[in-house]
Design a protein around this ligand. Structure first.
Ligand SMILES: Nc1ncnc2c1ncn2[C@@H]1O[C@H](COP(=O)(O)OP(=O)(O)OP(=O)(O)O)[C@@H](O)[C@H]1O
Ligand SMILES: [Mg+2]
Length: 364
């Protein structure tokens, strides 16, 4: 069903992304080694990734690096890896392969069999490059898919794992393993990959890229009509048009609206309020980092789109002169985080329609 709130897992549940599925499929079948999927929050990255992987018969290990939030330790990363390898063993019947890997590497242990199969990779004894090397030796093809990969950059530093180095090793040496990364914070993902940094281990590697775009107006309306029809709920064209006016073509928001309206029976006005509350909560830690973030978002949401206009707005709101460099640093950070987009000609805009709505409406 289109309005199911979790990430979609199959093509049948995925609306309007045939082209994108085709691109991932071409990557999986072709010679490229690294694919990066970009897109703002709620645009459907995880859904496209999972549906594409599930459609191919190549064994894959899916790791959601956001699972490191709150515990950026190597131990936690190894926990996520152990879990996904256990799933690989069961799902792709690779138990035999993983047993061989365990026999050849100290610190890798397998338990149980059949649906109870599991694996434990000791974080302080096994190098990921060795682990992936052994897997590569024993399979024809394998995909390592890391969702929200920008989180991996935080694992670096003393006593940590440099995942960019691990991925560069895979890229250079393990031709049976393909890597897919996704990320909503595009600038941070670029930092991790070392896009513009010749000192980064992954710098200069050729990679395929896929950017998920919002649906256009017609497709968004079609999505809502079909979703409501699937739920057997009658919703008028006026309401559908208003939803698209307010939520734009961000499929995650459209799904959220549909789910709340058709399955939970919430009234439209309350749905928007709940969505705003959700955004408020998500942005809390970001806004706590600098007072400028909030004021910049406010300026942009109220139609100041050029840098000088934004800076003047911030100055006025603070009632004092503000150094342009201070504003530009914060603005650039917001661009890095994927919250603000720089369109051509030095014009900035808030990316997410609900974030825009939130800062357009209230003065704190
Ligand atoms: N093409 C699609 N058809 C139907 N529903 C979709 C589609 N793409 C995404 N969704 C729905 O939109 C929501 C967000 O999707 P998903 O989690 O895949 O996006 P995401 O870009 O990974 O988001 P996040 O940045 O939060 O991780 C989910 O409820 C999902 O079911
Ligand atoms: Mg996701």
């Amino acid at each position: 069903m289109l309005f199911d709130p979790g990430p979609k897992e199959s093509r049948a549940d995925l609306f309007g992304r045939d082209e994108e599925l085709g691109e991932v499929d071409r990557f999986l079948k072709g010679p490229s080694r690294l694919l990066v999927i970009y897109g703002i929050r709620r645009i459907g990255k995880t859904s496209v990734l999972k549906a594409a992987l599930n459609e191919s018969d190549i064994p894959y290990c899916y790791i959601d690096a956001k699972g490191l939030e709150g515990d950026l330790s190597v131990r936690r990363l190894y926990g996520l890896i152990s879990r996904c390898l256990g799933e690989v063993g069961v799902r792709f019947r690779l138990e035999g392969v993983l047993r061989r890997v365990a026999r050849s590497l100290r610190g890798v242990h397998v338990f149980g069999s059949g649906v109870d199969f599991s694996i434990d990779v000791e974080w302080n004894r096994v190098h990921l490059t060795d682990l992936l090397g052994k897997i590569s030796d024993n399979v024809d093809k394998f995909v390592l898919a890391i969702d929200e990969a920008q989180w991996l950059r935080l694992l670096r530093g003393h006593g940590k794992v440099n995942m960019a180095l691990v991925l560069a090793y895979v890229y250079d040496n393990l031709s049976n393993i393909k890597v897919i990364l996704t990320g909503s914070e595009v600038g941070l993902l670029h930092d991790f990959i070392g896009f513009n940094n010749p000192r980064s281990p992954l710098y200069g590697r050729v990679m395929d890229e896929l950017t998920l775009k919002p649906f256009d107006r017609n497709r968004s309306m079609e999505f809502l009509r079909l979703g409501f029809r699937q739920c057997g709920v009658d919703v008028g064209e006026d309401e559908i048009a208003e939803v698209v006016d307010r939520l734009d073509g961000v499929v995650g928001w459209l799904t959220y609206y549909g789910y709340m309206r058709a399955i939970k029976g919430v009234k439209p006005v309350e749905i928007y309020n709940e969505a705003l509350a959700l955004i408020d909560n998500e942005l809390k830690s970001l806004l706590g980092r600098s007072r400028y973030y909030e004021l910049i978002l406010e300026a942009l949401a109220r139609g100041r789109s050029r840098f000088s206009e934004v800076r003047d707005y911030v100055s006025t709101r603070l009632g004092r002169y503000v150094q342009p460099t201070e504003v530009s640093r914060s603005l650039n950070n917001l661009v890095k985080l994927g919250v603000v987009r720089r369109s051509s000609h030095g014009v900035y805009e808030v990316v997410d329609p609900m974030v825009k709505a939130m800062f357009g409406q209230q003065v704190k």
